[in-house]
Design a protein around this ligand. Structure first.
Ligand SMILES: *[C@@H]1O[C@H](CO)[C@@H](O)[C@H](O)[C@H]1NC(C)=O
Ligand SMILES: *[C@@H]1O[C@H](CO)[C@@H](O)[C@H](O)[C@H]1NC(C)=O
Length: 730
């Protein structure tokens, strides 16, 4: 059976989240009515606009702060004078926060999972088989019920024979049981090791061995994989698996005979029968060792304390406007990623409902959704969701493609509506757009919004920088503000967060109220904290969210973590930032990605890539600069559709895509397009790749060339394409 088992982001070419047939502007509206309404709605604000002109937005969001440690330019959030440490009194650990929330919101809906109705396989025209799921409505458990299940799991874990002084690991897709097992471990002060389910075998073996995990908690579908590598998993004693309804994946093979294997519900029953007294952690205890893929070598385990988790949770809660128990959150990003884990912690603290879904069942037209049945978003109708830029870019491309296909009046209306709304969002006459906004929403945007359930009121975005175009597009089409966060696993996601009423683009907001952001001069790179008008330098994060360091790697820990004379922890991110006068941070570069060329010019590879990405021939790109030359080069994964379309129009014959990529005409065409966008982005001559090579195969997380968040991994790409790079410079 050929089937796509990828977790999120894996195949950018796939239409997982592309907006499908639901998108049909004008269905059911009379054309005359619309045109009339639009004319009225456009005219009124245009006539009124002079009255509202000149409303200034200059709110101070961050203010300079006095801090210890290395000299630099430090900021704190303008809303607080003292850093926030806990979401509520007494919630000093994740375990305490969980218990307090479950008591406070005991009767509220907490975790929801879709009812499994059926599974079928369809055969595509090329003979490949695809699994399709028929899923029903969400089935909910209250905070009280979830609390009881976590307590039972905690007792069951001990009764099964888990030694409380050893660690447990969770290796699974995002689902309700993940969260329950996680909380269960904390009731017994057991540290949880988390591993991305898309990491390779070597990384899995390395992580489990390094942390000496004795109990592994996983999806049933991982059992087969574990059996195959069981001889390398020397520390494992117990395996607990999450059952999958309607699946026959649960095969326990002979090679697992050394392990005690039990299903999640068996462990819960074990706990129900014999309650074990809880053994609660304190704030400095390590809650999680989170393995991050990192851009080089084996993954590193980041030690996250209970205090780190509650600090970020407390801070982010203040950023989402009027977050409360009526909010519904759609959870589908990997929980082994710090961004999703932080977001779900925030929902827990605020008493919200969390409905689980997946990237493959997200919308009505997602890959795994049976035709004619509902996707997660349309079923759940969430009010809040998280996204990474790669997903928002795809949503945007999907909508634009549909608009283009429609053509005619629908396209013109969309473009007009979009331009008008853009002018309103970017302009300064907020007051006048109420009526016009309503009309545009009714005519154009409501249909688009229905793809995500129609109730989204806030989006959290993180993981990588979001392009200004995508941010605007989502603002307008989804009608919701986007909070852009900046943070790393090492700061438990918490560093900065843009505020909902900040309508600017390209920035990541002021420091979160749980910490400080300091810019430290980096002289070699030419970025100084004393730069005018805006201070620049390496971003250093200080405060309660800064984690305890890397597991069993003191050397690396000492390199990037420092404790100042006042006892505050600081983490050196390696990213270069710049403070705007209102206290908001903009990420402008990465230390590692700056190369000094032969004649002394500094070239920022990240900047070059970000600029060239806007060529419609580029699916992915890595710029490369050798310090012994005075120009840069680039490896380009071309956007297949765009390139094939060009080839057809230019009447170029080829057998397969890689042959097309190798043709001189093709390279010239792409290179011309790159030069054009480079010029538009005002890149210098040395910043425009002098030579390029086209690579036919897309870069995916499995290939190890990009991270799960689709960031390129320079070192891996460099070593894989060593010969190509050499040839380009030859
Ligand atoms: C596991 O870790 C030990 C050291 O703790 C090391 O000697 C051994 O080679 C590792 N095994 C694997 C399979 O990585
Ligand atoms: C939690 O466990 C850690 C490691 O096993 C231990 O050092 C710590 O003292 C425990 N915390 C409490 C409050 O018992």
């Amino acid at each position: 059976m050929e089937n796509s088992e990828e977790i999120l982001f894996n195949s950018p070419a796939q239409d997982d989240l592309v907006v499908g047939d639901q998108f049909s502007i004008l269905k059911g509206y009379g054309t005359y009515g619309i045109v009339g309404a639009v004319i009225v709605a456009v005219l009124i604000p245009v006539l009124l606009s002079p009255i509202f002109m000149g409303k200034k937005r200059g709110k101070q969001r961050g203010v300079p702060a006095e801090v210890g440690g290395e000299a630099g330019y430090a900021m704190r959030n303008a809303r607080v004078t003292e850093l926030i440490e806990v979401p509520q009194k007494g919630a000093t650990t994740m375990a305490a926060l969980f218990e307090l929330s479950c008591k406070k919101y005991s009767q509220n809906q907490f975790l929801g999972t879709r009812k499994f109705i059926g599974r079928e396989f369809v055969t595509a025209s090329d003979g490949r088989k695809f699994e399709k799921l028929h899923l029903g409505d969400y089935e909910w458990q209250t905070y009280r019920e979830v609390f009881d299940r976590a307590c039972n799991f905690a007792s069951g874990l001990i009764n099964l024979g888990h030694n409380v002084d050893s660690r447990a690991a969770i290796f699974s897709d995002t689902r309700a049981e993940w969260f329950i097992a996680f909380q269960g471990c904390f009731r017994q002060n057991v540290t949880v090791v988390t591993i991305y389910s898309s990491l390779g075998e070597d990384a899995l073996i390395h992580s489990l061995n390094e942390t000496q995990v004795s109990t592994l908690i996983c999806d049933a579908k991982q059992l087969k994989k574990l059996a195959a590598i069981s001889s390398s998993l020397n520390t494992i004693q117990n395996v607990i698996y999450f059952e999958d309804e309607g699946s026959s994946d649960t095969s326990i093979s002979g090679s697992m005979s050394n392990w005690k294997v039990a299903s999640f519900s068996e462990v819960e029953k074990l706990g129900q029968k014999g309650t074990v007294h809880p053994r609660l952690p304190s704030k400095n205890d390590i809650a999680v060792v989170m393995y991050t893929s990192g851009s080089t070598g084996l993954p590193k385990g980041v030690m996250i304390t209970h205090g780190n988790i509650v600090a970020t949770t407390a801070a982010v809660m203040t950023v989402v406007p009027s977050l409360g128990s009526t909010d519904v959150y759609l959870a589908y990003l990997p929980l082994a990623h710090v961004f999703e884990l932080a977001a779900e912690s925030v929902m827990l603290a605020a008493g919200c409902s969390i409905g689980y879904g997946s990237a493959l069942t997200f919308t009505d037209t997602s890959n795994k959704i049976k035709k004619g049945t509902k996707g997660d978003a349309t079923m759940l109708k969430p009010t809040i969701m998280t996204a990474v830029p790669a997903i928002l870019d795809r949503v945007r491309d999907g909508v634009l493609k549909k608009v283009e296909e429609k053509g005619g009046l629908a396209k013109n209306l969309f473009n007009l509506g979009f331009r008008r709304r853009l002018a309103a969002v970017e302009g300064s006459w907020f007051g006048a757009w109420g009526l016009e906004r309503m009309v545009w929403d009714a005519v154009v945007f409501t249909k688009i919004r229905s793809v995500l359930g129609g109730r989204i009121r806030f989006m959290l975005c993180g993981g990588a920088p979001l392009s200004a175009e995508s941010q605007r597009f989502i603002n307008i089409c989804m009608g919701a503000p986007i909070g852009q966060g900046y943070g790393l696993t090492e700061t438990f996601a918490g560093a900065t967060f843009s505020e909902w009423d900040d309508t600017t683009v390209g920035r990541v907001g002021p420091p979160l109220p749980c910490g400080y952001i300091k810019l430290v001069s980096w002289k070699e790179g030419g970025y100084l904290a004393s730069d005018k008008p805006m201070p620049r330098g390496e971003i250093v994060v200080g405060g309660f969210s800064v984690t305890a360091g890397y597991f069993k790697n003191q050397e690396k820990t000492d390199e990037v973590y420092k404790v100042d004379e006042k006892g505050m922890r600081w983490f050196y991110t390696g990213d270069i930032g710049m403070f705007h006068p209102d206290g908001c941070l903009e990420i402008i570069d990465r230390k590692k990605d700056i190369v000094k060329l032969q004649h002394g010019e500094y070239i920022s590879l990240g900047k070059v890539e970000a600029s060239l990405q806007s060529s419609n021939y580029v699916d992915n790109i890595m710029a490369y600069a050798d310090p012994s030359h005075n120009y840069c080069i680039a490896l380009v994964v071309p956007a297949r559709q765009a390139l094939e379309k060009w080839a057809q129009e230019a009447d170029i014959k080829y057998n397969d895509f890689s042959e097309l990529c190798g043709k001189a005409e093709t390279v010239t065409e792409v290179q011309q397009s790159l030069s054009k966008v480079a010029k538009a982005a005002k890149l210098d001559k040395f910043e425009t790749p002098a030579k390029i090579q086209l690579l036919a195969d897309p870069w995916t997380p499995e290939s190890g060339l990009v991270t799960a968040a689709m960031k390129i991994k320079r070192e891996q790409i460099k070593s894989k394409f060593k010969n190509e790079l050499q040839k380009l410079y030859a």
